[in-house]
Design a protein around this ligand. Structure first.
Ligand code: GTP
Length: 176
């Protein structure tokens, strides 16, 4: 079983550039938000100790770079993940359209033992902004087809963030 003393649960965040992956992690881990955009170079990780199902669990959250030019880390980064969090921006339709290919790429690189059972969590981020281009229904339909869980979040005001990462961590724990 994963505990604070044993190997951490590995959760990878994937999504197009600028959708808010770093901001979601920073909101969840440090309860902070910064409106300045600094593209992630390569990958970065944060750890958080959580109480899950009556045990202390260390969760390692990996923030991957959305920008194409930094996406060469591939297998080494994806391997050993226990859950993949796919992030899009609800105000940018193309970021939602990209999610299917990002899921496929994750499965190819991570090569999990049971790909059909591998847990994906989809986050529709930036719900605080006006000008939504992706409805909750569209996102939920995609999740019904791919057996992912859907959450709407705002890294800016904190809506849904703790719940989403808690669910991702629980799904990750079930993979151990
Ligand atoms: P890459 O590192 O390039 O992959 O980007 P990223 O997905 O990590 O995005 P990042 O967290 O750097 O956020 C990009 C921009 O969007 C920043 O200016 C953030 O402040 C802003 N942002 C992120 N989340 C939200 C949100 O929920 N609401 C609003 N209004 N802005 C957000």
């Amino acid at each position: 079983m994963a505990s604070a003393g044993s190997s951490p649960l590995k959760i990878l965040l994937v999504g197009s550039a600028g959708v808010g992956k770093s901001s979601l992690m920073s909101r969840f881990v440090h309860n902070r938000f910064c409106s300045r955009y600094r593209a992630t170079i390569g990958a970065d990780f944060f750890t958080k100790v959580m109480e899950l199902e009556g045990q202390r669990v260390t969760v390692q959250l990996w923030d991957t770079a959305g920008a194409e030019r930094f996406q060469s880390l591939g297998m080494a980064l994806y391997r050993g993940s226990h859950c993949c969090v796919l992030v899009f921006d609800v105000t940018v339709a193309t970021s939602f359209q990209a999610v299917a290919a990002q899921r496929a790429e994750f499965l190819m690189q991570a090569d999990p033992p049971s790909p059909k059972q591998f847990p994906f969590v989809l986050l529709g981020n930036k719900t605080d902004l006006p000008g939504r281009q992706v409805s909750p229904r569209e996102a939920e339909e995609w999740c019904a087809q791919t057996q992912a869980q859907y959450f709407e979040t705002s890294a800016k005001d904190g809506t849904g963030v703790a719940l989403a990462f808690h669910s991702a961590s629980q799904a990750a724990l079930r993979q151990v």
